[in-house]
Design a protein around this ligand. Structure first.
Ligand code: ZN
Length: 291
């Protein structure tokens, strides 16, 4: 099972050779750096701090990838329908609901398809030959989901401009993915600290891996460390979405905000998300390869 989470602006589009096969595309909210209103001009164009980007409007990297890979769209309904329409425009045919076998979606899919959820909803995706599926649940996040104006059609965009108001595509979310080996990954999405990190991700799902989005407009180092040490208490941490040039030669820079966070995390390893590096985790959330 290959799942793409928030394709964002860090791909060249559907033709990005690093993507390979994609069965499911997840998207936590509509912000441009997640939906992918821009895309990389070419692989390695620019620097990590300042990549060279070009517009992905009026589509988005998310829709491009879904369309090209025949992926399932597992997102909250307003966002899924928005992406589904863009996929429809790319392909020239409607984006239908994902076929199901009982309660399970069965991958690979013959065409891009919709698997809508609401916050808290769950979808199970099974590889056709497998006995067990991967469970993908949406969980709360405290953020926003304003869509970039340039991804809207002109009529809608023009209607919003006079009042300088924005348009929101449902609530922002995170995901919890229960893999068949026992790994339970909590993908926070962009979020501030909230009580459901403990009630939902820790108490209920017992997440043993957190992939934490660490944007400076949502979490300071102390808040991020509190979320990890006290609320979620996973076995391992992947730190991502750091909005800074946090590493040099694959090592975290000691003066970075990322280093300040790592210094506050107790009793568990923190792995920066590095381009081109694949990590493998066992069922207990312990990194066993590529760490
Ligand atoms: Zn955001």
């Amino acid at each position: 099972m290959r799942i793409l989470y928030d394709a964002g602006q860090s791909v060249t589009g559907a033709d990005d050779p690093r993507l390979g096969r994609i069965d499911v595309v997840l998207l936590t909210h509509a912000h441009g750096d997640h939906i992918g209103d821009m895309k990389m001009k070419a692989l390695e164009a620019g620097t990590c701090d300042s990549p060279q980007l070009v517009s992905a409007a009026p589509s988005s990297t998310t829709a491009e990838v879904v369309a090209a890979k025949n992926a399932a769209i597992i997102m909250v309904a307003p966002l899924a329908n928005f992406i589904g329409r863009k996929v429809e425009t790319i392909r020239g045919k409607p984006t239908g609901a994902c076929p199901q076998s009982g309660d399970d979606l069965v991958a690979p899919f013959a065409a891009p398809c919709l698997a809508l959820v609401m916050t808290g909803g769950t979808r199970t995706v099974k590889a056709s030959a497998a006995s067990k599926g991967v469970e993908i649940a949406t969980v709360p996040a405290v953020h926003d989901s304003t869509v970039p104006l340039l991804l809207m059609m002109e009529a809608a965009r023009k209607a919003l401009e006079p009042d300088n108001v924005s348009f929101t595509l449902g609530p922002p979310i995170g995901y919890v993915i229960r893999f068949t080996n026992g790994l339970v990954a909590y993908l926070t999405g962009d979020t501030g600290i909230h009580a459901d990190m403990q009630a939902v991700a820790h108490d209920f799902y017992k997440a043993n891996l957190i992939e934490l989005n660490y944007g400076p407009n949502a979490l300071n180092p102390e808040g991020a460390a509190y979320a990890v040490n006290t609320l979620v208490q996973p076995a391992s941490v992947i730190i991502t979405h750091v909005n800074e040039g946090a590493t040099s030669g694959g090592k975290v820079k000691p003066t970075s905000r990322t280093a300040a966070f790592i210094a506050l995390v107790k009793g568990r390893p923190v792995y920066p998300a590095l381009s081109g590096k694949t990590m493998e985790f066992d069922g207990a959330g312990k990194c066993v390869a590529g760490c």
